[in-house]
Write a protein that binds this ligand. Sequence first.
Ligand code: GLU
Length: 420
Amino acid sequence: MKEQLLNDPVFGMAAGQFDRVADFLNLDQSVRERCKWPKRILTFSLPVHMDDGRTEVFFGYRVQHHLSRGPVKGGLRFHPKVNVGEVAALAMWMNWKCSLMGLPYGGGKGGITCDPSKLSMTEQERLTRRFAQEITPFIGPEIDVMAPDVGTNAQHMAWILDTYSTHAGRFVPEIITGKPVELQGSEGRTEATGHGVAFLVTRALDKLGLPVQGATAIVQGYGNVGSYAVETMEAFGMKVRGVSDVSGAIWNVNGINSDKLRAHVAKTGGVAGFKEAEPIDPDEVLLRECDVLVPAALERVITEKNAPNLRCRILAEAANGPTTQPADAVIEERGDIFLIPDVLCNAGGVTVSYFEWVQNLQRFSWTKTEVLTKLETKLNEAFENLLAFCDRNQCGTRLGALATGVDAVARVKKTRGLFP
Ligand code: GLU
């Protein structure tokens, strides 16, 4: 299994990052191995009745990286390229993210290999419920709490909540986060990740002495995270000049109107064809000059090929794992790009998920303003702590963020003993 995981390029990348951090922290061999490998890797075959009468068998995964600091936490992804190595890498990143943010969770991630754009809503419902049913013995509010990720949203969470609650014989809102507000989801959860990205961008601009008003941005990806990052950066007075997604890329030097873009995407399914912008090449848009570049799609899009040609001052990693290790080395060597690493940059989502879980456990609810204010306080604290750590240790923000996360996990494992 170790070899199989290491053969996957995304897991190889997460493991490579971990090894670098473990060397930096001087972790002894026993704790190093225990931190690196996932505790549980679950694979499910999921037979589903399709609308045309066929039965199709999908594959689903859940990786629970470790349970030493509390239940595992992390999203469930629907994407045609999902595989166990990618899910294991994403689970490992969730670990360091939760630990960096001081959340009482280990990392988890799930995925179903499927193309949601080719499935009807009824097929998606049957697939989601089938997965929820198969995974029920392995999850729980104190064991594993799932949430949305690429290709899933509040509706998928509602189906999981309903399936789990039906099995339990009672309503169990604390089994899942990112659910609709009427099912005791949290105010502010939908926009939390994008809001957090935009907030951290303003903090980084401040550090660089650049004004937020009129600062320019380019966003790759227009899913939940990308769309709310665009909207919130615009609300903070920035100008989003370029946006891309699977349908293509668009450019408007005066800034793209986020309300109109959201309406266009709701109607057509993608950013391509938006009237108030010109089409441009999706690879080229990453290389245009801007203050802030926000990769908000999938892993490994900033590579050693495009990293030397980036023309941004800030790289805000809204996606998980968007920058390969060789690209990281190029960015470090260049020294002119302020990196907001993924485990901090997109931590707004899981932080508000934590707030949602806490509200559910207490049968209490906070207002959106309360939620977003608490989120900003937590992100700001983590951001300032990270910069202080990097200053003390003379290291970059990638290494600093991962080291902070890994160190806290390693300490817990050492203190608890061999079992967790
Ligand atoms: N899928 C999101 C992430 O990658 C959120 C996870 C959660 O809220 O548990 O951080």
